[in-house]
Design a protein around this ligand. Structure first.
Ligand SMILES: Nc1ncnc2c1ncn2[C@@H]1O[C@H](COP(=O)(O)OP(=O)(O)OP(=O)(O)O)[C@@H](O)[C@H]1O
Length: 257
């Protein structure tokens, strides 16, 4: 049977195509690009059908579209292609054994370098005083492209520093804070805002910016709402539910492993 001829390379081929589609979906999810993408797929399928049914005229008209399709794709998806390449280029697999950890060989004895207890306690305190905050924790995708929009720095991370940065009268409180390992590496950063229409209207720009950066990269984001004092945890463009701050800390630890 043909299926028995399936080589390991064929399986790898399928896995790579699936990964490629997954990353493309991740990039266009929630944006108008999804509709364009669907439009292109529909034209391509109709073209295949017209060829099958030998509908010469329609097939040649659609064929013209498909012929210049690659160039059209580059123009239409310029932004997305840029982000996709950025995503690949900024993946630092070798850094600190992340490649091995991605296979979960070393997960059990892995402790994140970041002082998560300081971050979570700072969220709790800032929430109790209705102090707005937005923190982004870098994972394997480099965040240099957003850090350039703010003030770069290198400060050892701890609870009082986080709280004083987001203190309402502080000159650094606006925008997002970027955290790498146990350092605050940028403040006042402007993040890409998500266009996802499924985000409830009660969430404003701070939350949308957290969704935006986690859609485009594998970073984790924490938001303290100035209005409600509530802390939100956002990962892969989605809000992660938790009941207690201890649970939040556990989830963060797990996602950084
Ligand atoms: N693109 C962005 N990148 C980083 N920070 C942003 C961005 N847009 C807005 N912010 C931050 O969010 C603040 C405005 O928050 P806004 O009230 O619109 O959001 P929200 O999601 O309703 O949050 P809150 O519940 O705290 O009010 C700004 O003062 C700024 O600090």
């Amino acid at each position: 049977m043909d299926i028995l001829d399936l080589r390991i390379l064929d399986i790898l081929d399928i896995v790579f195509v699936a990964l490629l589609l997954y990353y493309l979906y991740k990039l266009v999810r929630g944006t108008v690009a999804v509709n364009i993408f669907i439009g292109i797929v529909v034209i391509y399928l109709v073209w295949l059908l017209t060829q099958l049914l030998q509908m010469e005229l329609l097939s040649s008209v659609l064929g013209e579209f498909v012929g210049v399709g690659v160039f059209a794709l580059i123009v239409v998806f310029q932004q997305e292609i840029r982000k996709f390449l950025l995503m690949i280029g900024s993946n630092n697999f070798t850094q600190k054994g992340r490649f091995l950890r991605s296979f979960r060989f070393t997960k059990d004895d892995f402790e994140p370098k970041i002082k998560l207890d300081h971050i979570v306690k700072a969220c709790e305190t800032m929430g109790s005083t209705y102090t707005g905050a937005l923190m982004v924790i870098q994972k394997s995708n480099k965040l240099d492209f957003v850090k350039n929009t703010g003030d770069k720095m290198k400060i050892e991370l701890n609870q009082p520093i986080i709280e004083s940065i987001f203190f309402k009268n502080s000159p650094l409180h606006d925008g997002a804070m970027i955290i790498e390992d146990n350092k605050i590496t940028a403040t006042r950063v402007i993040l890409p805002v998500s266009n996802d229409r499924s985000i409830p209207l009660r969430f404003g720009l701070r939350h949308r910016a957290a969704v935006g950066i986690t859609e485009k990269t594998d970073a984790l984001a924490l938001v303290v709402s100035e209005e409600t004092g509530q802390t939100s945890y956002i990962k892969d463009g989605q809000f992660v539910m938790f009941e207690t701050m201890e649970e939040l800390q556990d989830k963060l630890k797990e996602d950084l492993s």
